[in-house]
Design a protein around this ligand. Sequence first.
Ligand code: SF4
Length: 423
Amino acid sequence: MAAVFRRLAYSYLIGAAEWPPTFRAPQDQTFRPAPSGNIYVHLPFCETFCPHCPYNKAHCESSLVDAYQGALIREIEDYRARQDVLPVHTLYFGGGTPTLTPQTIRAAIDAFRPLLTPNAEVAVEAYPSHATLAQLKELRAMGVNRLSLGIESLNPTLLKRLGRRYYPEEALSAMEHAKTSGFDMFDVNLILGIPGQSTEEFCAGVSACIEAGVDQISAYPLFTFDHTPAGRARHAGLFAKADDFSRLKMQRSVSRMTRAAGFRRTSVWSYTREDISAYTTVTRPDYVGFGAGAGSKAEGLAAFNTFSVSAYINATPYSTALIYQLSRRQQKADWLYWQVYNTRIDRQAYETQFGVPLERDFGMILNFLRMLGLLKRHGVEYVLTETGAIWVHRIQSLFSLNGIDAMWTACQKEPWPNAVAIA
Ligand code: SF4
């Protein structure tokens, strides 16, 4: 049923001829994506694997870590040697667990340093038990100015259920250290809809984060992708997520609580204090990814590096495994998708970028969303309503989660797939 809906909606919005979008191996093995001012670096190592985790990750073995760092720096140096390279405005480290390999963060920042603009955002995802005062000060000294803590929950039973290896006290200390280490801002991730989680428990976590002085709360629903142990357990009836009603209650609660504390909604699941720019990763119009499994999107072309850490080490700098050239219509829809994700659609920006009014391309769908009360027009912008932010996220999930599942499953099985269709 969901697959039929996806196909129909896609055919209406983009065109039946483009279905299903299919990534293919590049014909030229030395292919590299076009440059961008936004950089993502993937550091895949983890001490243990959380059962729900969909990300590309590898066990932390010292020989592998050293070889990976060498390959990553080769990839960055190869990029820097290009004639058309651009100044870097944002440099984000994700994983895996980047703070497990701080020496690699340092080496990568040093490798990018000649390209970094004076006000560049340098951001790192941190595991709570690594966020000691000493380690955060070290990150700060390297030039990291934004931090995201993967707190997930402040309930010991739920943390255990998620396979997290710290206690709530450590997570609280991590927030305290983040607050006093001099970052421009810090974000925390919380998960809602964990099996056995009550709305009260979730809200207690939100309150504690607000009290700890966080600048942004990103409250994600628990995803259980089919290719993860949690997804397989869900199919076997062993991992029951919270029901839709409870999740809706949690989404509404975090929205209400953060608004009351002076935060504004900056994406379908993020709430940021006023006057602070949001912590975002891949919501930018273009970015180039480095490392195993890193994605890129530049000049209308999407690409993924090989997911296999050993294949990446051996192939770098020629590590692009899959590419997909977006049609003009797909580029427009992709732009719209990320604007909707950020809950604001800038009509002027659309016209500047694509040379036609937004309404000429997407007028019917925008009117339909307005009729349903999911979208409002505010001057040069369309803004998602509270209900819109909750429901649009659910509709987006129908597309993006399926796409992530298809891509991740194929790429984790095969380092160099010939083609992956996102049906
Ligand atoms: S959720 Fe984070 S720490 Fe857990 S396995 Fe995934 S990448 Fe590693």
